[in-house]
Design a protein around this ligand. Structure first.
Ligand code: GLP
Length: 243
């Protein structure tokens, strides 16, 4: 696993954008696996700037997102479809018809069938990942057993707490989500994890301890043959990690 310590959030975003840009320039028809959360927002902004000012071309790129809240319409401002449109797709020349975010409303089984079908048809060139405060990847919450494929997940109380800041009240945070499984994530050709903020416990388990555990799904990164983690110096210092 390659670990890069960035001076700050801006540098982390630019380094992440470099990795995505290289992949898109080498294969303009690639499929990007995308993520939500505050960590990749700066990287998406930088990719939009490169598209606008430097001709980075997304016109033939397709994408599939990690997860979506169950119960939120795509027009809801906290849905992940809305997030992706607002933070990336509306600012680059991607064809939105080629972007896939699982449906959060309607028949769950049917939505999962569709999600799994999309995943079986696309080879993800790079999967962008953040990490939840409890170590979740996408919405794969810590558990005794983890899923291979896309499924419905019951959100942990700590995840509901962490994400409550985006909703009018804690009660408004959805209790369920649809997420790629751990196997779907691991099948991506490359993994790119961007970690910012106070992810001390997950970052310690990932970068300091020599263990892989279902109680911290982020540690599965260590099993991938082409995984890169970019974290801020502030977080690296907090956990005592040195490159
Ligand atoms: C949500 C998403 C995760 C993301 C996490 C952390 O829970 N489902 O995929 O990694 O938020 O987000 P942030 O980058 O804001 O810390």
């Amino acid at each position: 696993m390659k670990v890069i310590i960035a001076e700050n959030y801006e540098q982390m975003s630019a380094l992440g954008a470099d990795i995505i840009e290289k992949i898109v320039r080498e294969n303009p028809e690639c499929c990007l696996g995308l993520a939500t959360g505050s960590s990749p927002v700066g990287m998406y902004k930088e990719l939009a700037r490169r598209c606008r000012e430097e001709g980075l071309d997304f016109s033939k790129v397709c994408s599939v997102n990690l997860d979506e809240y169950a119960g939120l319409e795509p027009t809801h401002d906290q849905s992940y479809r809305y997030f992706m449109d607002d933070n990336l797709f509306n600012h680059i020349n991607i064809d939105k018809a080629n972007t896939y975010v699982a449906k959060g409303v309607g028949d769950v089984e049917e939505n999962l069938r569709e999600f799994n079908e999309v995943l079986s048809q696309r080879e993800i060139a790079v999967q962008v990942l953040g990490v939840g405060p409890d170590g979740h990847l996408g919405f794969n919450e810590p558990n005794e057993k983890l899923y291979d494929k896309a499924h419905k997940e019951v959100l942990d109380e700590s995840t509901i707490d962490a994400n409550a800041r985006f909703f009018a009240s804690r009660d408004d945070v959805p209790r369920y989500a649809l997420t790629m499984g751990m196997g779907d994530i691991m099948r991506a050709k490359k993994l790119l994890m961007i970690i910012s903020g106070n992810k001390v416990d997950a970052a310690t388990q990932l970068l300091i301890e020599d263990k892989i555990s279902c109680s911290c799904p982020a540690t599965f990164m260590k099993l991938h043959h082409d995984a890169t983690v970019i974290l801020t110096k502030e977080l690296a210092d907090k956990i005592g990690y040195k490159a």
